[in-house]
Ligand binder design. Structure first.
Ligand code: SF4
Ligand code: SF4
Length: 485
């Protein structure tokens, strides 16, 4: 089906009123042709600095820019940006800048195989990065953190120098997969301004690009008139530059509303038919819980107990069991159980247990986002000011004298006790979002019996919320101190 037929056959989203691209200062900047490159250059400079310090500077985690900036500031600012605006960190992604420079030297010559155009490899990489982070305690390893960042550059470069389009971003990048899911609860999304303009458009530059001006179309394969929400959108703004009718808006909408949308979306299809996307959303939620749990004191006791039971003195197999249980067995039991109950309570029903689980999986995204926000926000709020003494210390390492003054190590951030109520607020908001989505999905799929259909899912969200509150109330503990202690 060609682009014109797609436009004729689809029901386009209505034009929204608010458009950030029309705002005075921010809008003017975002519409500037070099806006993305400028952001990428800034982030590249910061990344180069922290990688250099990670490789050659102090190897004490809390005193190194690589560990502090990556695990305290980058993650915290990432989730705040996602909540406030959208996928801004993909906009400023330095991996893509380096890849673009590489493509000036060598153009990709292959297309990513059709059978791999799913999220499964991205999911595997997402879980692998979580696992490696926990296994090697990367937050305490400056050189390890720097090498991980360099591995991202190497992977993006080697994949995208061979395969055309944004293959690495769309199918592989673990950070990208995280950002795609999280951006579904962001208030902003790129979409067409006036659907009517697209109906009469005959160039479709937003997807095809404009070779004569060296302007790319959407590398992620999102055709703007059929684009719904922010899933798979890197906020690269290429479509804004490419559209000859100035018909692309950065529109304000209801966070999470796209998760209810049943329509076929460009580059993705229907959410209710995407098992890989459903799995990604579930791992997003349970991965957030596991990542937060892994920093608490009880997990160390659990690991030691598991190690005794397994007769292992190595952390890897113990952690692997923990991952299999937390990201495999528990989600399967929770979603499978809830779907089975929904099916039982809404008989006769036309959906299988698996289909019901896929249809409800996305309801967990707001809760998952709340957990990531509470966790990363904690580190940012309690450790955000450490950037000052760490930078002072790095300057001393480089130039040999205190050019920015003696490091003020007393500067850290808020007290953990003061942050806890804020964390509870994030969990509460996320849980409310997931409860609301669960009920709205039930209304959509079971208009005759929404309460019965929703009941098990409301139960799942409440149990997860209780687990999150318990995890966040636990004392923080640096894991990786050995299993024998
Ligand atoms: S190029 Fe612009 S007007 Fe044409 S289909 Fe794309 S967004 Fe619509
Ligand atoms: S070109 Fe595609 S990925 Fe980039 S902002 Fe537009 S829709 Fe999103």
């Amino acid at each position: 089906m060609d682009a014109g037929s797609i436009i004729e056959s689809m029901s386009m989203p209505p034009a929204r009123q608010a458009d950030v691209l029309r705002w005075p200062v921010i809008g003017a900047f975002l519409r500037w042709r070099h806006a993305r490159t400028s952001l990428q250059l800034v982030v590249l400079l910061i990344t180069a600095t922290l990688v250099a310090h990670g490789l050659f500077g102090s190897q004490i985690g809390p005193r190194n820019l690589a560990t502090v900036v990556t695990w305290v500031h980058y993650r915290g600012l990432l989730v705040i940006a996602l909540l406030a605006a959208g996928n801004l960190f993909c906009t400023g992604c330095p991996f893509v800048l380096v890849r673009d420079v590489g493509r000036r030297v060598r153009q990709p010559w292959l297309r990513w195989p059709h059978r791999l155009r799913t999220k499964w490899i991205g999911i595997l990489l997402f879980v692998s990065v979580l696992f490696i982070y926990e296994l090697f305690d990367l937050w305490a390893l400056p050189r390890g953190t720097a090498l991980l960042v360099l591995a991202y550059f190497g992977a993006a470069l080697s994949v995208d120098l061979v395969f055309a389009g944004a293959t690495f971003c769309k199918y592989l990048c673990p950070i990208g997969q995280f950002n795609f899911v999280a951006s579904t609860v962001s208030p902003l999304a790129l979409q067409v301004r006036q659907p009517e303009t697209c109906r009469t458009c005959r160039t479709f530059d937003c997807i095809k690009g404009r070779p004569e001006t060296n302007q790319r179309g959407c590398e992620l394969g999102l055709f703007l008139p059929a684009k719904i929400g922010s899933l798979d959108c890197t906020f690269c703004l290429d479509c804004v530059q490419a559209c000859p009718h100035d018909n692309v808006a950065l529109a304000v909408g209801v966070p999470g509303a796209e998760l209810l949308d049943l329509r076929r979306r460009s580059g993705i299809g229907r959410l209710t038919e995407r098992w890989d996307v459903a799995t990604l959303t579930v791992l997003f939620a349970f991965g957030g819980l596991l990542n937060a749990f892994a920093m608490t004191a009880p997990v160390l006791d659990l690991e030691r107990w598991l190690a005794r039971v397994m007769g292992s003195t190595s952390e890897a197999p113990v952690l692997a069991v923990l991952f299999v249980v937390a990201l495999g067995a528990v989600p399967l039991a929770a979603l499978g159980g809830a779907a089975a109950v929904t099916r039982h309570l809404t008989r006769p029903t036309s959906y299988s247990v698996g289909q019901i689980a896929v249809r409800y999986a996305c309801a967990l995204v707001p809760f998952g986002f709340g957990v990531w926000l509470a966790h990363y926000g904690f580190h940012l709020l309690t450790g955000g000011l450490t950037i000052i003494p760490v930078a002072q210390s790095a300057i001393i390492e480089v130039v040999g004298w205190a050019a920015l003054g003696a490091p003020m190590w007393q500067w850290t951030g808020m007290q953990p006790g003061a942050v806890f109520p804020i964390q509870l607020g994030f969990i509460l908001l996320g849980s409310i979002g997931s409860l609301a989505l669960s009920y709205l999905i039930s209304e959509r799929d079971y208009p005759d019996r929404p309460v019965f259909a929703a009941a098990p899912w409301l139960g799942v969200v409440l149990v997860l919320a209780a687990a999150a509150v318990w995890i966040l109330s636990q004392p923080m503990e640096m894991r990786g101190l050995g299993l024998s202690g």
